[in-house]
Each structure stands twice: as C-alpha cells, then as structure tokens.
Design a protein around this ligand. Structure first.
Ligand code: HEM
Length: 187
C-alpha cells in the first residue's frame, strides 16, 4: 500500500555526502550492516550514476495481503507523504528468510495479520505516521522491502512503540536482515 504514488514506481534511496535528509543514525538490528553515509536522498526512477555510498532500490507495488475492508480503513486514515510538520523519518530496509518465502500465500497472510496483527496494529498509529512500502525482492536487491515512514518529531515515541510491537510479533521471526536508518529534514 502506498500513501502517495510516484510518477514511476521505481524509487531509489541514495546514501551520500549530500541530500535532502540528514542521517542521524544507522543501526543494523539483524544481519549485516551497511556502510555509513551523511545524507539520504530519495529519487524517482533509477539513479545508477548518482554519487553514493550506497543505493537501495524498490518499486511501489500492489498490496499482497490486504483485504478490501482493511484497504478502506487504510485509505480513510493514511496521510500523504511530504507533510510540512513531518520532519522526522525512518528508512527501514528489511529482508525476510527463505523459510518465509517457502510458505504459501495463505500461510504468510495468517502470520502477517491473523497472528501478528500487522495492519491492525499499524492502523492505531495513523494518521500520525505516513508510510510507503517499496518491494525490492524481484529487483535482485539485497533487501526484500524498503519501508519509509514520516512523522512529526513529537510522534517519535509513538513510532518507537509501534516498532517494538511489530518486532515482538511472530512475523518478525522471519526477518533476517533489518537496518534502522533515522533521518531528519533540515532547512
Ligand atoms: C505505520 C503503521 C503501519 C501500517 C498501517 C502498516 C501497514 C502495512 C500494510 C497494509 C502492508 C501491506 C500488506 C500487503 O501487501 O497487503 C504492510 C506491509 C509491510 N510493512 Fe507495514 N505498516 C505499518 C508499519 C510498519 C513498520 C513500522 C514496519 C517496519 C519496521 C513495517 C514493515 C512492513 C513490511 C516489511 C511489509 C511487507 C510485508 C510482506 O509483504 O511480507 N510496517 N504494512
């Protein structure tokens, strides 16, 4: 699900020496770290020539697990990206394990929502948090997903609470690489 669709579905996150978002910290929670960078830039389309410390690419795509009822609830509550007050953000690249990808669609949905309540829990934090999910697995990228969240600094505590709840869920037992990159918009 996306709260704002870019003109091309391909989005490139560039960790570099200049950019729009100042990187406050990069924490490797699970699996291999990535090299440091000072700034994060978000580009629509490919950016193979961009000077960078790292480049992560993902495509805004269709929902896999969302029911029509959940979709209506999300649409009613989710804010757009780019709100003036949302000067804090997080880029959280995630890879799921071979065991996850070996499951059938209905088994994944059962873990994702019936047992982990991902969408239900996430909805509690809307509209404080704006989000966009990018799929990377089919692009041959090092992560399966690039998750992006924007919020006002006063909602950082709520965002941390949401993260703690999701990371304690059964779904996260299948996360085998996760990096938490926190940024803020300056100027
Ligand atoms: C802000 C509240 C949140 C809401 C409302 C929300 C909702 C959703 C929805 C609707 C999907 C798409 C399911 C589909 O394909 O049908 C999704 C997928 C996903 N979300 Fe969230 N989410 C939230 C927060 C988070 C956070 C904080 C993280 C990471 C730390 C996260 C990580 C993911 C990942 C990795 C997927 C892809 C799951 C998969 O396809 O296996 N979400 N989320």
């Amino acid at each position: 699900m996306s709260s704002e669709t870019p003109s091309t579905p391909l989005v490139t996150f560039v960790g570099a020496e200049s950019g729009t978002w100042l990187i406050d910290r990069i924490e490797a929670l699970t699996g291999e770290p990535i090299v440091p960078a000072k700034w994060l830039d978000i580009r629509s389309g490919d950016c193979a020539q961009c000077p960078n410390n790292w480049i992560l690419r993902g495509a805004v795509s269709h929902a896999r697990y969302t029911t029509s009822e959940e979709s209506l609830k999300l649409t009613a509550k989710q804010p757009a990206l780019g709100r003036a007050e949302a000067t804090s953000a997080a880029l959280i690249p995630i890879r799921k394990s071979a065991a996850w990808w070996a499951l059938a669609q209905d088994e994944r949905r059962a873990i994702y929502e019936e047992r982990s309540r991902h969408t239900t829990v996430g909805l509690e934090y809307l509209p404080r948090i704006a989000r966009r999910l990018h799929h990377s697995r089919d692009l041959g990228e090092p992560f399966d997903f690039l998750t992006w969240f924007e919020f006002a600094p006063e909602h950082e505590v709520a965002f941390e609470e949401l993260l703690a709840r999701l990371r304690a869920s059964e779904e996260w037992e299948y996360v085998d690489r996760e990096i938490d990159i926190r940024v803020r918009r300056v100027g």
